[in-house]
Design a protein around this ligand. Structure first.
Ligand code: ADP
Ligand code: ADP
Length: 227
């Protein structure tokens, strides 16, 4: 799915007047491409994530999916945040199923899909564990499975690995690359890590702040296991 952000501005009210968080930002994400966004704190990365995931509307400008103006949250956009944010009283499997239960789809096929996603992220044998029984990396993998449960054509990830230790992060990067090669969603990947960006992406977008804008947009052309 082609994602097109055109001349997006976002301003937040503050006591000293509006704060311009994004200033006429334009960004196109091709179908099945992996785009990383790098930039300092406060440059508007989280704002960008909320816009693409439909949690927030721009003050000005347009967001289109395949040429159709976006309106609100979408079934075909998956979101993963910095914290796994699992419900502690639900098992790994139940957590993965949360987005499905909410939309009232039939349970049986969804259950099977949730099980195979948990297997895909390396958690076969852990379907019925509660979050506190899982390591940080395993929780983040549950979160990744949950963001994939509706088979999104766009996956938005906001520093998904930043709370993890270095070893776990390396494993997760390989895991994510494998998932991406399997399902081929378009990915918008927010990170502070140049290493993650270069390892994973087709394209790296660099932002600067005050107000937030894109200052570089470069292709990454490294040999990697693509097909
Ligand atoms: P990043 O994720 O890159 O740190 P954010 O999107 O969180 O950037 O924030 C961009 C700018 O907008 C910052 O200056 C921040 O202070 C401001 N901002 C973000 N959210 C709000 C809000 N809810 N109210 C007021 N200002 C906000
Ligand atoms: P993290 O993803 O947090 O790095 P690790 O994969 O390093 O977690 O493992 C943390 C602990 O959990 C290790 O002791 C490891 O043996 C166990 N573990 C993690 N994933 C699995 C798995 N798929 N099967 C069995 N044990 C696992």
């Amino acid at each position: 799915m082609l994602l097109n952000l055109r001349d997006i501005s976002v301003s937040y009210p503050s006591r000293r007047g509006p704060v311009l968080a994004l200033d006429k930002l334009s960004l196109t994400i091709e179908p099945s491409s992996f785009v990383s966004v790098l930039g300092p704190s406060g440059c508007g990365k989280s704002t960008l994530v909320r816009l693409v995931s439909g949690l927030q509307k721009p003050t000005a400008g347009s967001i289109e999916f395949d040429g159709v103006p976006a309106s609100g949250a979408r079934d075909d956009v998956g979101v993963a945040f910095q914290q796994a944010a699992l419900l502690p009283w639900k098992t790994a499997l139940e957590n993965v199923l949360l987005p499905i239960r909410l939309t009232g789809q039939r349970a049986e096929p969804a259950l099977e899909r949730a099980r195979s996603l948990l297997d895909l992220v390396g958690l076969s044998g852990f379907h019925d564990r509660y979050p506190h029984e899982l390591s940080g990396g395993m929780q983040q993998r549950v979160s990744l499975a949950r963001s994939l449960i509706r088979g999104p054509s766009v996956l938005v990830m906001d520093e998904p690995f930043s709370a993890l230790d270095a070893m776990t992060r390396e494993n997760m990067m390989v895991e994510l690359q494998r998932i991406w090669l399997d399902a081929r969603p378009s990915v918008l990947f927010i990170t502070h890590s140049i290493q993650e960006a270069v390892f994973l992406s087709d394209r790296v977008v660099v932002m600067s702040g005050r107000p937030g804008k894109i200052i570089a947009d470069v292709p990454v052309d490294l040999p990697r296991p693509r097909d």
